[in-house]
Design a protein around this ligand. Sequence first.
Ligand code: MN
Length: 470
Amino acid sequence: MRPEPFVFRDPRTQPLPATEEFRRYLASGWGPVDRRADVVAGAGPAASRHRATIGEQFPGRTIVVPAGRAHVRSNDTEYGFRPDSDFVWLTSCQAEGAVLIMTPAGGGHDATLFIPEPVAPGDEAFYADPLRGELWIGPAAGLVEWTTALEVDVRSLDALGDALDADTLGAGASEPRLMGRVAPSADLLVALSAAKLEKDDWEIAQLRSAVDATVAGFRAVAAEFPAAMDFGGERWLQATFERHARTFGNGVGYSTVVGSGPHAPTLHWTRCDGPVLAGHVVLIDAGVEARSLYTADVTRSLPVDGTFTPVQREVHDLVERAHRAAMAEVGPGKSFLDMRSTAYESIATALRELGILQVSVDEAMSPTGQQHRRYLPSGTGHHLGLDVHDCAKIGDERYLAEPLRPGAVLTVEPGLYFQPNDLTVPPELRGIGIRIEDDLLVTATGHEVLTAALPIDAIGLEAWLQESPA
Ligand SMILES: [Mn+2]
């Protein structure tokens, strides 16, 4: 007996009449809808300034930067779309599939934003395409609405082909319509990264709002410690922060780390499948990404039952000492290297004091030593902006050595991470992980700690945990 041939039918799109009469019926009889583009105040002028900064560096060259597309999750499901950061910085537009083209004109550049037009009534895909059709996903802003919101020339993506020439510099996410036509330009990517080294006032305001929402998110997470201990574990806390981030911003700026007890020393513990138990310190590394897509990046290590044990507190005090020393190195003219060297030296000294480091601090600081990195594998800070690790394409050497200037926003985040199975660590310290991470703005005279609403000392954190939720 021959098996029946397998016939695939997409279960979402039940067969519809393919008649002209049906098409006409679905195309007509729809009233107006709200298509306004959701854009933060001041976003259009900020993007215009950013385009001018980049345009000046590439006179006579055409620049193409696409937003990118949602990634496939599996089969016919996609991850939520988040546009490329370079594209957002230059446009303040968040439309999937959009492409920015800057064309040389009159000594500068003319900017045109090409967007996929909404799949509205009259188009068969309106009712037949579950991923793009407005009957499935809701109304979207069109050419007129984006033009109004961003004060930039906006055209249909279908007109894109005419706007490209042979001497085009590309950046950003991959875009099917540009394949084989625009090569990514390392010069442009570096220029975009370097142009973000100092944030303007509008960007700083966005970062402040991301920080404020993140601080409130930490409060929301701490309020759930009893529930986490009772039944929910690390996932309950992770999801609490993510619900908060989605409600008060666009979402999280990166995968939320919640490591409780022996998971705290794992730097990127995003699995979060462990319990939260009495006596644990829970390390939470989380950031709200604002609606403008600027993100905060904050870490606190909190005793779930309100009080550090003496040994947890000893480690926290040592990390706090390194954190304060590192923050003191943040200001105009100082570099990441200054801050990192100070943090590493303080951490190596702490490891000596704990009897863990068997070599001198000087030897640990030498390029061939670095024994302290076993207990602090990461760097101790990074630029922060639209990307949690902002400005990353300027090159490692420049990143570390370049003097910070007013407007730079960065994290400082030393830590000590004692793995539960690290036999070089005294048993009573194994399984303790402490990180303190703040977001700092470099000012003309020094710095401002944007995250100052969260204490950094053990006693202050214990008091903060006792405060009733706002
Ligand atoms: Mn960080």
